[in-house]
Design a protein around this ligand. Structure first.
Ligand code: NCD
Length: 307
């Protein structure tokens, strides 16, 4: 039962609950009209203290497609935060108007804090460089639809593995399934945090290797998850400029990849995937965008007890 629970990080849901959500998302893709009124009378708040296009709009589209309503802000300068209001008070207030809250905040741990003050379910839509569980649900729905299962994959995580919250959440989620192997492709400065290698991979007994060059390992991958270098989390511009174009996936590199490999990216992309790759049958990042809305529809429906 997901009703009245919070989603702060991927491990908050059991594997059975994730299967249920993926199955519901698949049914919603097949017959969206059947679900078009199930949230009638319910309100979702989207509180975005940090910029977003896909996550916020897909949450809003999801609630509207379920027949519910949406309110919120897309910029903290439009909220009482600028007057000095604490997150706790904002959440106490908004939870007395709405049935469920999706929030994004630049501070790690903000969603967990919010869940302590909210009287309605909180969905973490990204807390700093920490977690992004609904992007992970999107990734899981996509992997299940395109690869059939969550087990036995060689997964390449490529780019900014230090600050990229989507890779932290995906690594945590996929390490719960057997026989997955991770190839962590990043510059030395942007390697995945030790808490992921020690507390996630090692604890799960999973194989992982760190690599610097994508072209050396691309032929081994079943899933290639590209990410952008997270400009907003760098302390100095020089480092960002030096590292931002570390990886550019192009047609030439794709020649060495398996015909069955899929390329995922949470988006927005900057330069890390050349537009010439978009037409390749293995490029799945725009399908992933579409699956994201259905994943969030399934999540809202379950967490509000509408189904
Ligand atoms: C990601 C995020 O916000 O972490 N975007 C998203 O939600 N799809 C990835 C990113 O910003 O690089």
């Amino acid at each position: 039962m997901l009703i009245s629970r919070h989603l702060i990080e991927p491990a908050d849901f059991t594997l059975e609950e994730i299967d249920e959500l993926c199955e519901l998302a698949e049914q919603m893709i097949i017959d969206p009209i059947a679900y078009s009124d199930i949230c009638h009378g319910k309100i979702l708040a989207t509180l975005f203290f940090e910029p977003s296009t896909r996550t916020r709009l897909s949450f809003e589209a999801a609630m509207l497609r379920l027949g519910g309503s949406v309110l919120g802000f897309s910029d903290s300068s439009a909220s009482s935060t600028t007057k000095g209001e604490s997150l706790a008070d904002t959440i106490r207030t908004v939870s007395s108007y709405t049935d469920i809250i999706a929030m994004r905040n630049p501070k790690e741990g903000a969603a967990l804090l919010a869940s302590r003050y909210s009287t309605v379910p909180i969905i973490n839509a990204g807390d700093g460089g920490h977690h992004h569980p609904t992007q992970t649900l999107t990734d899981l729905v996509t992997i299940r639809a395109l690869k059939g299962c969550f087990e036995g994959h060689t997964i390449g995580l490529c780019g900014d593995l230090k600050f990229g919250r989507t890779v932290h959440s995906l690594a945590k989620a996929m390490s719960r399934y057997p026989n997955n192997k991770f190839i962590l492709i990043s510059p030395k400065e942007l390697q995945i945090p030790e808490y992921i290698t020690n507390q996630v991979f090692k604890r799960a007994g999973l194989e992982y290797v760190c690599e610097v060059h994508l072209e050396d390992v691309i032929d081994q991958l079943d899933i290639l998850y590209m990410t952008r270098v997270q400009k907003e989390r760098f302390f100095n511009e020089q480092d960002y400029l030096r590292l931002r174009d570390s990886y550019i996936l192009d047609k030439e590199k794709m020649r060495y990849a398996k015909d069955t490999m899929i390329v995922l990216h949470p988006l927005p992309r900057v330069n890390e995937i050349s537009p010439e790759v978009d037409a390749d049958h293995r490029a799945a990042y725009f399908k992933q965008v579409k699956y994201g809305m259905f994943a969030r529809m399934a999540l809202i429906a379950k967490m509000t007890g509408s189904i």
